[in-house]
Write a protein that binds this ligand. Structure first.
Ligand code: SF4
Ligand code: SF4
Length: 471
């Protein structure tokens, strides 16, 4: 078996199973050492992040006082690094054809009861207009893996179509892409198509379990899947998004794997993951989730979010509508910086009157985007439709440096104010608009007078040109 090597691009080295086991053993032992835990808590307050072993030791520690310190530090770091903005996006499912066999997903190839659908470019236009009418500016494209139905050319053509749609005040400014692991050549093509972040969930870092959960199809190759981010970065995609599907394997193992993966990217390419998503296994058509024995309880889930915020303060954390509004409310306090809203997980779900019977999983937060915007403001978060960093070359290493030096919030907050104003003027219900105008005044008043004037100027330009002048 290969040896552990953090800087190698081979999964058998940077995600070496023996090393994961060894790290977990160390973390478990250290979790019972109160002096060590005290030192790590002090280190966490320094905002420089934690190593995978340090963070997992905190995760495995059972002391309630330690947990409340972790939650407290996470809240502070969230504010200091990102301010109180929460970025909004929506998933857009283009096709549910898939040749893989993931046992937890109803799109798997052997599910003959799943109606298969791939959208034409005309249908994509309808979906995107529906999303634009809601006020969305940032999408995450979702497709199954199928070289016949969903070749890279289809993905590229769809991205081009989406960027080209102009409807009333609508424009999609950023398309993130979640497609199966692919070649460096294809990643180069996605880079040239100007995508935002390339997202690929690992599902589980445990190789043996991974191989059981993916018995056939191209995704069954653990190494090829795990090395995807290395290829994506070599293909020029500077921003990559990690995630595991919590519930497939022991949570401490997944947490360790996730942080080791982040550490590998950070040390090898000088830029860690741009985002980490924290999906939990959810009920889905024909999938019996009671057969999965690693369900993650809410309190541990929230502790994991807080520990991710502390361990990789420079990484955006994403929570989707898989979670209830109650869990999302708590998660936002602990470090989540990006959420989906008004989402559909079906192909063609935004533009049809009755949602098609082809959803990937059940949604727990079914509120409209307008309701989400209202709720965020009620909880003192600025709903943000900002996409400014992509257009201003603040990506990859440059973005990380700004984030690590706590400089990013000075862009995030004013841009959140500008885009919330854009939303209120063009899309909000009267109730949300009324609340939003008062909320904006309050948020503006928190800034220094020069910044206030600058933002007010940009808002008046924005009103005339219908274009946001980002910072
Ligand atoms: Fe296909 Fe993705 Fe579902 Fe697996 S998780 S069956 S790759 S759509
Ligand atoms: Fe995201 Fe950059 Fe906008 Fe901040 S300024 S919300 S990091 S795109």
């Amino acid at each position: 078996m290969d040896k552990y090597d953090l800087l190698s691009d081979k999964a058998s080295c940077f995600m070496n199973p023996n090393q994961i086991d060894e790290n977990l053993e160390k973390a478990l032992k250290l979790s019972k050492d109160s002096l060590y835990i005290k030192d790590i808590i002090t280190k966490a307050y320094d905002k420089k992040g934690l190593s995978p072993i340090e963070a997992t030791a905190l995760l495995l520690n059972q002391d309630e006082n330690v947990t409340s310190s972790i939650l407290d530090i996470a809240q502070k770091l969230k504010q200091e690094f990102y301010g109180n903005r929460i970025v909004l996006f929506a998933p857009l499912y283009l096709s549910n054809y898939c040749i893989n066999s993931c046992t937890y997903c109803p799109y798997h190839i052997d599910n003959k009861t799943m109606p298969r659908k791939k959208m034409s470019q005309e249908e994509i236009i309808k979906e995107v207009i529906a999303l634009q009418d809601m006020g969305h500016k940032r999408l995450a494209l979702e497709l199954g893996e199928d070289p016949v139905h969903n070749p890279i050319e289809y993905v590229l053509e769809s991205i081009d179509t989406i960027y080209g749609i102009r409807h009333k005040s609508g424009v999609i400014r950023r398309v993130n892409v979640n497609i199966a692991a692919t070649t460096i050549e294809n990643y180069k093509k996605l880079h040239d198509a100007k995508i935002g972040t390339y997202i690929l969930f690992q599902e589980t870092y445990n190789k043996k379990n991974y191989e059981q959960l993916h018995p056939k199809g191209p995704k069954s190759d653990y190494a090829y899947h795990t090395e995807a981010m290395d290829r994506a970065i070599k293909g020029g995609l500077e921003d990559v998004g990690l995630g595991v599907l919590f519930g497939l394997h022991n949570y401490a193992y997944e947490f360790m794997g996730l942080l080791m993966h982040a550490d590998h990217l950070e040390k090898t390419y000088k830029a860690g993951p741009h985002t980490i998503s924290v999906p939990r296994l959810k009920p889905a058509s024909t999938i019996d989730i009671s057969s999965f024995k690693n369900a993650l309880p809410d309190d541990i889930f929230l502790k994991i979010i807080a520990l991710l915020r502390i361990s990789v303060p420079y990484t955006g954390l994403i929570i989707s509508t898989r979670e209830t509004s109650q869990i999302r409310t708590k998660a936002l306090e602990l470090g989540i910086s990006q959420i989906s809203g008004g989402s559909k997980t079906s192909v063609g779900g935004y533009s049809s009157k009755i949602e098609p019977d082809n959803a990937q999983f059940e949604i727990s937060d079914n509120r409209t985007l307008d309701e989400i915007v209202y709720w965020l403001m009620e909880n003192n978060h600025i709903p943000s439709f900002c996409t400014s960093c992509y257009g201003n070359n603040r990506q990859g290493v440059e973005f990380m440096d700004l984030c690590k030096s706590q400089q990013i919030a000075k862009f995030c907050t004013p841009n959140a104010i500008l885009t919330l104003k854009e939303y209120l003027d063009n899309y909000a219900s009267p109730k949300t608009k009324q609340k939003g105008e008062a909320f904006l005044k309050k948020e503006l008043a928190k800034l220094n007078i020069i910044k206030q004037k600058e933002i007010e100027n940009r808002i008046s330009i924005q009103k005339n040109t219908n274009e946001v002048k980002f910072f």
